[in-house]
Every structure is written in structure tokens, then in C-alpha cells.
Design a binder for this molecule. Structure first.
Ligand code: MSP
Length: 529
């Protein structure tokens, strides 16, 4: 039996609108994480997709006078799949909840839970927020203001909730409170960061009520196998994507794939959807006697004016608004390094511009271009053979080993900003090394030819390592760097380089052709003036 794959997921996105950078944020984080794991030599499965059922999508389609199916097909093809390409996301699969494989799995799952006695019919009455697609309790609501004065509104969307009164089927969530508490006690990292874990534990301790798992007034959904007048409540349909995509409820080959992939190593989510993932989802899995995900990691929000960025509040920024100016690599770098994963962060054009110039253009970009230029000028574009290493050279090699270890430790813990900071410090140190070694001065003295060769070889090898370490974050730029170092000929594909062996010195072959490429991070329009 092959080893279990590292398995990471994003939430599946609602297709009521086009993606904004809040969605892109989760997708990029998952991509950096899975690329990192692949570069540790592991097999990794990265899943993303779209959440296509429910009232929100149904109403949006009606507003546009098209059927829900036409609407979701259009949005997925025109926006949600293309944005993955724009962002260079290397997902292994894309699940849509309208696909047959998903519907089959969802129906099978609920059939199993009904047979086990975890589902029963009962009337439901209470407030529902269509924006959240969630049944609300009093604590989730507040008095509306302005046009909604006198009404109760949802605290997230600031829009009135709707009072529902339906005959539904209920899931026995209340059976699982103790087991969930025990699970989180035994596995303190199963919900991260700690603030999210505390929130989940406190919520469970308040006591869990059974919850409606079906809707009778909604047409756009997956019918219950035993009651075709009802569809599965959209969240209890959507959460199952994490298992239906990897083969749950399919044929024998699919089930085998499932056994090799499940449980998920991490579900990446925004903190707004924590309860669904850290309470409902594990309870559903417990009921079905399936293993629980190893971790649910709740990241913070991208804020605009102190509030969660959102399309419905017209604060959404499309990823292409940023990538058109800065390029996709800088986009990925910025969001992973400027905001601590797990905390909220405000996006600002000014900060983006400052970091782009200081850390990328003047940092890595400058290092790459000046070293290629010097090898071009002093060694006709051929990587020179290093002579004896001095203590300074060896210290840099040692630093690389420390940096690689530290970056690895941070990245696997989803501390992307710290992982990137470690690599960035190394870039700065290599730039500092060039400044102190002054190769341009060495070049003037024929007796220092050997020393010049050693210095430039050291810089090129450092850049080789930087390309490997930064590849999960900035795959496009690092590939350019890799090519310009002539590394592919001696070391093979960049994606195959193991981050844990990156400090093994002497990979680049002397004599390899070093090419000057256009600047990795071109100067920004405004700065050119
Ligand atoms: N369809 C559900 C998820 C079902 S998963 C089984 C959903 N979709 S969503 O499109 O509304 O949100 C998807 C993800 O985008 C969530 O993790 C959410 O936190 C994230 N973000 C949406 N706006 C965001 C910001 N402004 N900032 C950061 N992430 C944000 O919920």
C-alpha cells in the first residue's frame, strides 16, 4: 500500500459572485503549503472547488434570469477556474458540488447516517441568514440600523435574517458534544490557531443542539434519498466535498483512493466558517465512523476599512487588479509574508508597493541581476570554478543550512510569514556578502582571479538555494531564476528539488551558462517617472 498522501483543502467557494482577494488568499496559502510538502519529497493532494447549491446561488441566478445550473456553469468557467490559473495554483482536483460524483457521495453519506439513527424528522422554526447560509441563534443577531432599523440583522452581513418555519430532517449533533470535547483535549492542534481552538471549545461547552440537515423550501440542492421533497442543507452538502472528491461513495478504485488520502492533514478555512468545520463536520464524521481531519486551520480576514472585505459590501478587490501591476509572484509573496497567517490583515496599495520595491526588486531582483551581470562580464557568462573557501564563505553556507531548517519548520506549521522572513534574511545576507567581498574590486586585480571565482560561485549557489526555497511561494520567478543559473542541466527540474537538502553545497556545475534575464521584478510604473 503506498504511503498516505499529504492532503490539504480550501473551502469550496460560493459561486454567487466572482472571486476577490479574500478568496485568493486561502487558495494561495494552500498552494504554498502543498508545493512545500511536494518539495519535501511527499505526495501531496491539494483540493479546491466550488459550492454551487443553496438559496444564495439560487437567488442570484434568478436575478440574472438564468437557471441555477447555467449560472454556476458560467461563473465557474469564466471566473473561478481562470482565477486559479492567474494565481498559479497547482491544485490536483477541482470539485463542483453539482457533479455526479459529489451528489452520489452526499446521498450515500446521509443514507448511512439515517440508517444509524442519527437523522430524524422534526419541525424547524427560527432565523436564517442567506448570506451565511446558516441557521442563527440569538447571539448571532443584532438590531439593524438605517434602512434595517427595527429588524434583527446578522452580525456578519448586517442584513435582516429570514424567519423559517419548515418540516425538516434533523441531525443529532447533540450526541457529539462530549466526544468532540474529548477529541480537542487529546489533540490540542486539531484546531489552530489557539484563539480558534478556544472559541470552538467554548461553543461546545455551551451545549450543542440538534440541527436541521435539510430544507423543504429550497429547490436548488441535492434531494434527500428518502424524501425527495427536501434537499440537503447546503452546508451539509458542501462539507462532504472533502471526501467525495477523493473517492468516498464511489467504486472500488475510488474507495481505494479515499483510503490513501483521507483524513485531511489540514482544512484551510477563514475564521467565519470555523463552527461548520470544527463542530458540525467532525460530528458528521464521527457519526459515520470515519477518521477526523488532523487539523482545521482558521486564518484571519483581509480587512478594508476595518471590516471583512466582501463583494456584497462592495469592498472586494479582484486578484487581477493587483497581479496586472505587480505580477502573480509578488501577489503571492505579499499576502503570505505581510500578514501573519491566523491573524487579520489590512491590504494597502502603499504597503504592497513598499515591500515590492524593498524586498523583491531591490532585494532578490537586484541580487540575481548583479550576479548574472558580473559572471557575464568577468567570466563570459560561464559559472567559474570555486577555489578554497574562506571562513566568510563557509559562514554563509552554514547560514543557509540554518535558514533552510527554520523555513521548513515554519512552513509546515503554516507560519508562512516567518518561513518567508527566514529566506528573506538569507537573501539580505547574500547581498551583504557581495557588498563586503566587493567582486568588482577583485576583478581589477589579476592575482585575485581565483578569489573572484569563489565569491561569484558562492553567490550563484546561494541563488540556487534561494530559488528552491522560494519556489513554493513564487513559482514563476523562481523558475526564471533556475533557468538563468543553468541549474536545470545539472540538478533537474526545480519542482523536484528537495527543500530539506537545499543546503548541500556545490550543486551548480562550473562551466554552466549563466544567462542574464530581464529583471525578475520590473520597476513599477510610478517609480519609473
Ligand atoms: N461555501 C462556503 C464554504 C464551504 S466549505 C465546505 C463559503 N464560501 S465563501 O465563498 O463565502 O468563502 C470561502 C472562503 O473565503 C472562506 O474561508 C472565507 O473566510 C474566505 N474569505 C471570504 N472573504 C474573506 C476575506 N475578506 N478575507 C479572508 N478570507 C475571506 O463560506
Amino acid at each position: 500500500m503506498p504511503e498516505k498522501s499529504f492532503y490539504a483543502t480550501t473551502p469550496i467557494y460560493y459561486v454567487n459572485d466572482a472571486p476577490h482577494i479574500g478568496h485568493a488568499y486561502t487558495s494561495v496559502a494552500g498552494d504554498v503549503l502543498t508545493r512545500w510538502h511536494r518539495q519535501r519529497g511527499e505526495t501531496a493532494v491539494y483540493l479546491t472547488g466550488t459550492d454551487e447549491h443553496g438559496t444564495k446561488v439560487e437567488r442570484k441566478a434568478a436575478e440574472h434570469d438564468v437557471s441555477p445550473q447555467e449560472w454556476v456553469d458560467r461563473l465557474v468557467e469564466e471566473h473561478w477556474r481562470p482565477v486559479l490559473e492567474t494565481l498559479e495554483i497547482a491544485n490536483d482536483d477541482f470539485i463542483r458540488t453539482t457533479e455526479a460524483r459529489h451528489k452520489r457521495g452526499v446521498q450515500h453519506f446521509w443514507e448511512v447516517l439515517k440508517e444509524k439513527g442519527f437523522v430524524y424528522p422534526a419541525p424547524f422554526e427560527g432565523p436564517y441568514c442567506v448570506g451565511c447560509e446558516e441557521f442563527k441563534v440569538a447571539a448571532d443577531l443584532m438590531e439593524g440600523t438605517g434602512e434595517y432599523e427595527g429588524q434583527l440583522v446578522c452580525k456578519v452581513h448586517h442584513k435582516p435574517v429570514e424567519m423559517l418555519s419548515e418540516n425538516n430532517w434533523f441531525f443529532r449533533l447533540s450526541d457529539f458534544g462530549d466526544r468532540l470535547l474529548e477529541h480537542y483535549e487529546r489533540n490540542p492542534n486539531a484546531v489552530a490557531p489557539t484563539s480558534a481552538r478556544n472559541e470552538v471549545v467554548a461553543f461546545i461547552k455551551e451545549g450543542l443542539n440538534d440541527i436541521s440537515m435539510s430544507r423543504s423550501s429550497v429547490g436548488w440542492g441535492i434531494p434527500l434519498p428518502w424524501d425527495s421533497d427536501q434537499v440537503v442543507y447546503v452546508w451539509f452538502d458542501a462539507l462532504l466535498n472533502y471526501i467525495t472528491a477523493i473517492g468516498y461513495g464511489g467504486d472500488e478504485a475510488a474507495e481505494q483512493r479515499f483510503a490513501q488520502t483521507w483524513p485531511a492533514d489540514v482544512h484551510l478555512i477563514g475564521k467565519d466558517i470555523l463552527r461548520f468545520h470544527a463542530i458540525f463536520w467532525p460530528a458528521m464524521l464521527m457519526a459515520a465512523e470515519l477518521p477526523l481531519p488532523k487539523q482545521v486551520f482558521a486564518h484571519g480576514w483581509l480587512l478594508v476599512g476595518g471590516e471583512k472585505m466582501s463583494k456584497s459590501k462592495l469592498t472586494g478587490i479582484a486578484p487581477s487588479d493587483i497581479t496586472d501591476d505587480f505580477g502573480v509572484d509578488a501577489f503571492r509573496y505579499y499576502f503570505m509574508s505581510a500578514i501573519h497567517f491566523g491573524s487579520d490583515g489590512s491590504f494597502s496599495w502603499e504597503d504592497m508597493r513598499d515591500r515590492y520595491s524593498a524586498e523583491l526588486a531591490n532585494g532578490l531582483g537586484n541580487l540575481a541581476s548583479r550576479s548574472a551581470a558580473m559572471i557575464g562580464k568577468y567570466f563570459e557568462g560561464r559559472l567559474p570554478e570555486p577555489g578554497a573557501y574562506t571562513n566568510m564563505d563557509l559562514a554563509l553556507q552554514d547560514r543557509l543550512a540554518t535558514v533552510a531548517d527554520s523555513a521548513d519548520a515554519h512552513m509546515v506549521k503554516l507560519n508562512f510569514s516567518a518561513g518567508i522572513a527566514a529566506i528573506r534574511e538569507f537573501v539580505e545576507e547574500v547581498n551583504g556578502y557581495v557588498t563586503t567581498q566587493e567582486p568588482w574590486k577583485l576583478a581589477r586585480d589579476p592575482e585575485q582571479r581565483n578569489r573572484l571565482a569563489t565569491v561569484l560561485y558562492t553567490v550563484a549557489e546561494s541563488l540556487r538555494a534561494i530559488a528552491v526555497l522560494y519556489a513554493p511561494v513564487m513559482p514563476g520567478i523562481c523558475e526564471e531564476l533556475w533557468q538563468s543559473l543553468g541549474a536545470a542541466e545539472t540538478a533537474g527540474a526545480l519542482a523536484d528539488q528537495n527543500v530539506r537538502q537545499v543546503a548541500d553545497w556545490g550543486v551548480l556545475r562550473p562551466g554552466a551558462t549563466i544567462t542574464k534575464t530581464p529583471p525578475l521584478f520590473p520597476r513599477l510604473e510610478e517609480d519609473k517617472a
